[in-house]
Design a protein around this ligand. Structure first.
Ligand SMILES: [Zn+2]
Length: 362
């Protein structure tokens, strides 16, 4: 297999590849326009294609680019699948959603145009938000106003000292579990449903009346061994989807509640949009998370640097410092080597095929 041909080096090229692959299958493409512009001024859209019958009762949903910079990977998996010819089980369809956060994909950022971490945005905004006292305590070190080698040494020393006292898990929770107090900070969940949130719900809502069973795959990168895709259950142990995940994957998937998942605890994720948009269905989903660079801390620090660039550094204006920061975040979420792409596509195909079979039998 030559998987590299499914990947593209920019959002605009990835979007074109997805649309071409869908058109080659004779699929109709629905387009949702984002109100902002891309890094090179291009139009930003989320593109959607349905494989299989419109009125299928079983629906597999495959989502790319929740965290924009991770969309290179997700797009490659989607284009690869569309370029193959796997048969569908009876009464089953696949909904391919390409680049749900097109701003982040184009600008190579995790966040949306309003600095929101989409995977922390699906909380009930009318009620009290989850608190993150660790973030509030460490805020000036996590998201400093200046970014130099020297300031970064001081900030990392402060974060390290916190981990020494409270543990590494506590530091990761403080930085990455989500926060709702600092609109200029990292992993910010927002104050209202952002464009990508509303768009995802609008894409799913036409299926609410018919779908009785859904299987959801949200494609991510940044955590875990190079090229390996961890199958992270999206469900807490008390959630009905948990039992489904155990039936479908058993110990091959990882779970937050028993400590097997490599992810930090997440609130407000995309699975909530699926559950709420398909309220009459049995919904079960995973986050398929691919490893990129060896050390998770380097990924976090790449995100912190990128946050500084846009919050305090004037954005990506082509300065040497800005270019170095953009290269760093790109590498943290998209390694671009051929062997990585092969592993990503092969595993993605396996996971999708298995989910599809399980869904077809449910
Ligand atoms: Zn992600």
């Amino acid at each position: 297999m030559n998987a590299s041909r499914f990947f593209r080096p920019s959002y605009a090229a990835a979007r074109a590849a997805f649309r071409e692959a869908a058109a080659a299958r004779g699929l109709t493409i629905h387009t949702h326009g984002n109100p902002t512009a891309g890094a090179k001024g291009e139009d930003l859209t989320t593109d959607v294609a349905l494989l299989g019958p419109q009125d299928a009762r079983r629906l597999m949903i495959v989502l790319s680019g929740t965290h924009g910079a991770e969309g290179f990977c997700g797009s490659g998996i989607q284009v690869g699948w569309l370029s193959g010819n796997e048969p569908l089980p009876a009464d089953t369809a696949i909904l391919m959603i390409h680049a749900i956060n097109p701003y982040g994909f184009s600008h190579v950022r995790r966040v949306t145009e309003d600095n929101v971490d989409l995977n922390r945005n699906f909380v009930d905004h009318g009620n009290a938000k989850p608190e993150n006292p660790g973030y509030e305590q460490l805020r000036d070190f996590i998201c400093p106003k200046e970014w130099t080698d020297e300031s970064e040494r001081r900030n990392l020393a402060a974060l390290h000292a916190y981990a020494q006292v409270h543990g590494m898990d506590a530091l990761e929770t403080a930085v990455a579990s989500g926060q709702y107090v600092d609109p200029q900070g990292v992993f910010y969940g927002g104050t209202q449903p952002t464009w990508s949130n509303r768009t995802l719900r609008a894409i799913l809502s036409p299926f609410a009346a018919r779908v009785t069973h859904s299987a959801f795959i949200d494609l991510h990168t940044g955590i875990g061994p190079y090229g390996f895709g961890e199958i992270m259950s999206n469900h807490a142990a008390r959630d009905p989807g948990h039992r489904v995940m155990q039936q479908w994957w058993g110990g091959e998937a990882t779970y937050f509640d028993d400590g097997t998942s490599s992810s930090y605890y997440v609130v407000g994720d995309t699975q909530i949009a699926v559950n709420q948009s398909l309220p009459n269905a049995h919904n079960a989903g995973i986050t398929l998370e691919y490893g990129t660079i060896p050390d998770k801390r380097d990924m976090m620090n790449a995100v912190r640097a990128d946050n500084w660039l846009y919050a305090h550094g004037g954005g990506d204006t082509g300065t040497p410092k800005g270019r170095a920061i953009k290269a760093r975040i790109r590498a943290a979420f998209y390694p671009e080597q051929d062997d990585w792409k092969e592993m990503v596509v092969e595993r993605g195909h396996y996971v999708m095929k298995r989910m599809l079979r399980c869904l077809g039998e449910s």
